[in-house]
Structures are given as C-alpha cells and as structure tokens.
Design a protein around this ligand. Structure first.
Ligand code: FAD
Length: 399
C-alpha cells in the first residue's frame, strides 16, 4: 500500500491533497480523508457540488452485482447510508422501496449463483418466483419470470444531496472547497504529478492529486500524457407522472425490457431509464432534455413489465452521460508511472451507490486504510494495459 509524503512536491502551505471534482466520488473521498486525519484537503469543482453527472443520476441502491468486490463496495456504502445522520450530521438520504432484478430467459442459473454469492458476503437478497414477484409487486407483469432477485432494502437516493452532504461534512472537518474553479491541466515533473493549473493561470501544488472528474477525467489525464480507456455513453431517462401503481412501487432492473425503473417523489412519479446508449457523446454538448420520441420508446419498453405505464402522463425526460470502461467497472487507484496521481473514474453507470465506500477506499490508499474498508486492487487503472480486465464468474449477457 502506497503512502505518499504529503507536501513532498509542493511548497509549504500547499494542500496535502487536491481533489478535482465535487461529485459523489470526490466529495466522499474528501470526507473520508478528513476522517482519517488529513485535514489539509482542497476540493476544486468547475461548477458546484453534485452539478456534474451526480445530479442527473437515477441513484438506484442495490447489492445485486456479479463481481464480489462490487457487492462489497455496495454493502459497505449501504451501511454508511444507513447511519447517515451519525456519519454526516445530515438527514437520512435513501428511500428503501425494495429492489427487483430480472434477467433474460436462460440466465436464471447465473442469477441464482450471484444471489448466493451476494448472500455469502452479507447482502439481504432472496430468490423469488413469479408468484412471489406478483405478491410483492402486483403492478409488474410476472408471466415471463422464472425467478428474480429481491432485495427488501434496495431503493434509491439523490446524487446531488449525497455529494452536498459529504462535502459539507468534509468542510465541517476542515476541508477547503473552491466551486466555480476549473482545472485546465495537471502539473507534472518527471515521474510524478505535482499539482494542478487552473483556467485563470493560477497553479496549486500538492503531494497528491485525486482526479474524480467523472466523464471529464480523460481530457485532464491527457494533459499529463496519460490515456485511460474511458468512453462516454449517452443515456435517457423518462419522468412519468404515474401514481397508479397497484401495491407499493419498487425499484427494478429488467433485462427483458432492457429498462430500469423506480418511483420518484414518494411514488407520485416513476423514472424509467435505458440500459444502453450511443458512445462518444461530448458531455458539454448534449442537452439535458430527452426528446419526446426517446421518452416514448422508453415508456413502450418498460410497459412490458409495468403495463399501466403505457397510458401514464409524461412529465418530461432527462439525459446523462456514463463514463464507460472496457469491462464496465471503475478505475480506482494510482496511475501507473506518475507518482502522486490517483484516479477514481470510469464508473460505468454505477457510481452513486458505491460512492461512500469508494471514497473511503481511495482515502485509505492515500492515508492508510481504515478498518473495514474494501480492497480496491481489482479495480486498478492499469488492468487493461496488463490485459487483465475484470471477469465475473457468472456474468449476464448485458452486464
Ligand atoms: C442517467 C444516469 C443514471 C444513473 N443511474 C445510476 C444508478 O441508478 N445507480 C448508481 O449507482 N449510479 C448511477 N449512475 C452513475 C452515477 O450517477 C455516477 O457514476 C456518479 O454520479 C459519478 O460521480 P462522479 O463524482 O464520478 O462524477 P460527477 O458527478 O460527474 O462529478 C465530477 C465533477 O467534476 C467536475 N469537473 C469536471 N471537470 C472539471 C475540471 N476541469 N475542473 C474542476 N472540476 C471539474 C464537475 O463539475 C463535476 O461536479 C447514473 C448516471 C447517469 C448519468
């Protein structure tokens, strides 16, 4: 485990750690750094906390993953969400509606194996059949479901709230924050990163720079000569004025309809999101409104699972951009060949629910890991260059 010498590269008075990006990941890391005693943390964001993709997140919370370390990150985060008021001093931030995972026909054996793995790690996950699904969620069509995974404590949160809570708690413990501050490049000396240059020409030096700029990370990495395989992927979300759920509304990821959905505003509305989208979108150029045509396609697909959605009122549609890696898992850790540079990016559409635990693990990499933090070695950024992408034992065809 590396421990850098804070301030080794910067003049006295410079921060120990600069965090670029105040989304859920940067804010979580700043929070945990201050908990680990690193008080001299400076968080920079070109906008405001949570104003990147965190505020556009559907923010589902679930433990259902196919790779054990992902489950561990989700579990560790969920424990922190559960004790949010004690941890951050802010109100509880997760609505626990329950969560259902439905896979494609023929992939039920993988579903069973994954639920067994999740349970062995401590997740509250169960297998249910069609009758069980109908009982839990009568609004959902269960006729094509042989078995599904059910998490009674799954649900959803709010990315902007979580980023704001964590940043505020970090500032309570001494972290400094500069919103509306754009980093234009990383500063380097041979073999290490020494700080950042701002768009107005100011230079700030530090022993460690954490790059947590989400979809905006690759261009900043390139300023230090680093190319990591992160591509953008455009996603659409329909916002439906739907309050006619039979029974209590639940959150769901459904591989058959290739949609996910969850209640919004305590069930008065429903969000429906897409599984895939076109690659290569410029996050600064795509608008944040999904077209009526896109929304109609989402509603049509999701109404296979929840027929009542077919004649619901449409409140609107939003867009967001995922930062995709080749194995659809994040890159977490030191950037090979550049001491002092840590990256936490490439979350591939899963960053909200694991943010508190990722922040703890990244802070632990810098300041020494606290008890219970999750090992993130499998997510090391160099794995693709080494030809060692993550390969879960029981993947789904659309995982
Ligand atoms: C439509 C959508 C649905 C999603 N649904 C889910 C879900 O259901 N569950 C889940 O777990 N995850 C979900 N995600 C993924 C999750 O929201 C993201 O992985 C997570 O919010 C990313 O957080 P971040 O901190 O890495 O990035 P961001 O929130 O994008 O934060 C990056 C920050 O960096 C700042 N920044 C960028 N460039 C610079 C610069 N040059 N200088 C200074 N600051 C800069 C930005 O202003 C921004 O605030 C979804 C994402 C989208 C888009």
């Amino acid at each position: 485990m590396t421990r850098w010498s804070p301030r080794a590269a910067g003049p006295a008075g410079s921060p120990e750690v600069i965090v670029v990006g105040a989304g859920v990941i940067g804010a979580a890391t700043a929070f945990h750094l201050t908990r680990l005693g690193v008080r001299d943390v400076l968080v920079l964001d070109r906008g405001a906390a949570g104003s990147g993709m965190s505020c556009r997140s559907s923010a589902l919370v679930r433990m259902h993953y196919t790779f054990p370390a992902e489950v561990e990150l989700a579990l560790r985060s969920d424990a922190m969400f559960e004790e949010w008021p004690e941890l951050t001093g802010r109100p509880c931030c997760i609505r626990r509606t329950g969560f259902v995972r439905i896979v494609r026909p023929g992939e039920e054996a993988a579903l069973r194996a994954n639920v067994a793995m999740q349970r062995s790690l401590g997740a509250r996950a169960e297998l249910i059949d069609a009758a069980g699904l109908h009982e839990l969620a009568p609004a959902m069509y269960a006729g094509d479901v042989e078995c599904a995974a059910w998490e009674p404590e799954g649900g959803y949160g709010d990315g902007a709230v979580v980023a704001g809570d964590l940043l505020a708690a970090a500032r309570d413990r001494g972290a400094a924050y500069r919103p509306n501050t754009q980093v234009s490049s990383l500063l380097t000396s041979p073999g290490r990163v020494t700080g950042v240059a701002l768009a107005d020409g100011e230079r700030i030096y530090a022993g460690t720079v954490l790059l947590a700029a989400g979809v905006w990370s690759p261009p900043l990495l390139r300023t230090a000569g680093v190319t990591l395989p992160i591509e953008t992927e455009l996603h659409k979300v329909a916002v439906l004025a739907h309050d006619r759920w039979e029974g209590a509304p639940v959150a769901c990821i459904d591989s058959v309809s290739q949609t996910y959905f969850r209640p919004e505003r305590a069930g008065a509305m429903t969000l429906v999101g897409s599984f895939t989208g076109p690659r290569g979108a410029d996050p600064d150029q795509v608008g944040n409104t999904a077209s009526a045509e896109d929304v109609a396609l989402l509603v049509k697909a999701a109404s296979h699972r929840v027929p009542a959605l077919a004649d619901t009122g449409i409140a609107g549609g939003v867009t967001g951009v995922y930062d995709m890696t080749p194995d659809a898992r994040p890159m977490l850790g030191e950037v090979p060949g550049l001491d002092g540079l840590v990256v936490a990016a490439g979350f591939s559409g899963m960053g909200f629910k694991i943010a508190p635990a990722v922040g703890e693990a990244i802070a632990g990499l810098i300041a020494g890991p606290p008890p219970g933090s999750v090992g993130i070695a499998p997510f090391r950024p160099g794995r693709f260059a080494d030809g060692a992408p993550i390969e879960p034992p029981y993947p789904y065809s659309d995982d």
